[in-house]
Design a binder for this molecule. Sequence first.
Ligand SMILES: Cc1ncc(COP(=O)(O)O)c(C=O)c1O
Length: 395
Amino acid sequence: MFRRVYLDNSATTPIDKEVFEAMLPFLNEKFGNASSIHFFGQEARAAVDRARHQVAETVNARPNEIVFTSGGTEANNLAIRGLVEANDKYGKHIITSEIEHSAVKEVCADLEKRGYEVTYLPVYEDGIVKLEDIKNAIREDTILISIMTANNEIGTIQPVEEIGKLVRDLRETSKKIWFHTDAVQAVGKIKVDVEEIGCDLLSISGHKIYAPKGVGALYVRRGVRLHKQNIGGHQERERRGGTENVPFIAAFGKACEIAKNKLSKNAENLQILRDKFESEVGEKIAHLVFNGNREKRLPHISNLSFRFIEGEGLLINLDMNGIAVSTGSACSSGSLEPSPVIRALGRNDELARGAIRFSFGNENSAEDVEYLLEVLPKAVENLRKLSPSFQNFKQ
Ligand SMILES: Cc1ncc(COP(=O)(O)O)c(C=O)c1O
């Protein structure tokens, strides 16, 4: 029988059964608007409040520091635009990294067109920003540092706690500077604690942690001022207008609760699968390059460059065998440019084009990894047979 193996869990995850059940009543009989005063409204309000507690507990925040959004992209937009627009009298310089998700990078690029200056820090071969570089980049007019907790293509974990401390120390000298971190990939995979990180703003997305697509949250530390981006309603304590998506918020709350309660068990299982794959793939396939630091990274991501072949070709070949992975390149936007993240590691074009991300999820099994290890070497071999650069290399 044709087997399907989903190894693209960093792109999105399936909805957890318990999460699905938590959502259903709010798509059906409990349909009230959370802003209405009557019973139906109160029922919806109670669900939103419960979810707010669940999300807050997952990242060790207070419930009123959680703002529900339509996902990670909106959380990043609200964090960055909201913060700089509310505080531009203190300066117009932002520090970020070269490997941020486009929901950070493109917001920064857009702000550059509007008179802000942005420093994009390098990450070197291991895919991790250096604290020293951040210190050197800070200027009198720097108001925001936005560095992700962990990267979505190579999984590398950034020194967010050190950055948080640096920012707090600077604030003690009465400098106006804030720290945002995009924790979309990190939540549910490693411990994410806003107090330990010491961030002011932190983005989360539901569909990376087994909730539906289209819901997420921004943690906003008490006292941090944001300029509202969604205008036209008083929801979320004036921080995000729009009728709350009660079913998805209820689902997201449940997904956060599960992510927190099962964190160590899930992370351990993911790491076992990922490590099994990595320890055997190198024996079966030659000319492989691992991308990113192999210690400081999320437990479920493996990013490999296969020399002499195109990642897209390999992706399609795997897909024909029922295995779903991703190239991490910008192909989704219609461009065949190699991944900027892999390029930021200093990899040449060949390696950047030959990169594949395998991202494991809670529903994967050891049999899935075995199937991958059976299909992948054959796919690589077939593609290399057709590759002129491989034929040249062999001669
Ligand atoms: C690191 C990171 N940030 C932000 C996002 C965007 O989140 P959403 O899809 O919920 O808008 C993603 C999704 O791929 C991501 O991986």
